[in-house]
Design a protein around this ligand. Structure first.
Ligand code: GRF
Length: 224
């Protein structure tokens, strides 16, 4: 059983999706950590999970803050750290200490739109599709190798909220599936590439969703 700690900063809807799919899974979320009093912590508490809020201190360096995150994580000895809307950039030291055991979900079709305000940037650019990417974390922001992507159409009358809601639905399908692939030992990162079932992945796995966020295509490798 792979021990997981999930890091959040917001509503925790991805956390909820991960937990909902955990019963028959190869993983267990053993704690939830946040950098603030995030709304999503309430869900963790309802699930009787230990929660930790590690708030940044005034003038504290990124490294010192991340050392305190490590101290909070240590008792759980996590084999995988899952970032689910954790709104802090992690220091290079933290990323190195957990290399290959740190994953994130980003609400764009990486490598497009790294960083913040993704949905508005997609709308401003007039893109016909957007989505989300699950990737291993490296020291370069939102640039680690991508395991799976979900694409959704962008509609002419979309605003940020509508696009974000559609992408969230897709995230809730791909993130548990991706975390499970890693937890079950089917996928791992090695020298900047992802291996799936002992074969290097030449492109991210692809799932497609329609305008309602309904699944229309699922990666063949994930159907059993
Ligand atoms: C998601 O859109 C995720 O892609 C991004 O942060 C958001 C978290 O949403 N990294 P939630 O807190 O899981 O609802």
């Amino acid at each position: 059983m792979t021990r997981i700690v999930v890091l959040i900063s917001g509503n925790g809807s991805n956390l909820a999706a991960l937990l909902a799919a955990e019963d028959a899974a190869a993983r267990r979320t053993v704690a939830v950590l946040s950098n603030r009093d995030a709304a999503g912590l309430a869900h963790a508490r309802r699930c009787n999970l230990p929660t930790h809020v590690v708030k940044p201190r005034r003038g504290e360096s990124r490294e010192d803050y991340d050392t305190r995150i490590d101290a909070a994580l240590a008792p759980y000895d996590p084999q995988l750290i899952v970032l689910a809307g954790f709104m802090r950039i992690l220091s290079a030291g933290f990323v190195a200490r957990h290399a290959g055991r740190l994953v994130n979900i980003h609400p764009s079709l990486l490598p497009k739109y790294r960083g913040l305000n993704v949905h508005q940037r997609v709308l401003d650019a007039g893109d016909a599709e957007s989505g989300a990417s699950v990737h291993f974390v490296t020291s370069e922001l939102d640039a680690g190798p991508v395991l799976i992507q979900a694409s959704v159409p962008v509609l002419a009358d979309d605003d940020e909220a509508a696009l974000s809601a559609r992408i969230h639905k897709a995230e809730h399908r791909i993130y548990p599936a991706a975390v499970e692939l890693i937890a079950a030992g089917r996928a791992h990162a090695e020298s900047g590439s992802i291996w799936l079932d002992d074969t290097p992945l030449t492109a991210p796995l692809q799932a497609r969703f329609d305008q309602h966020g309904v699944l229309i295509a699922w990666p063949q490798q994930l159907t059993d």
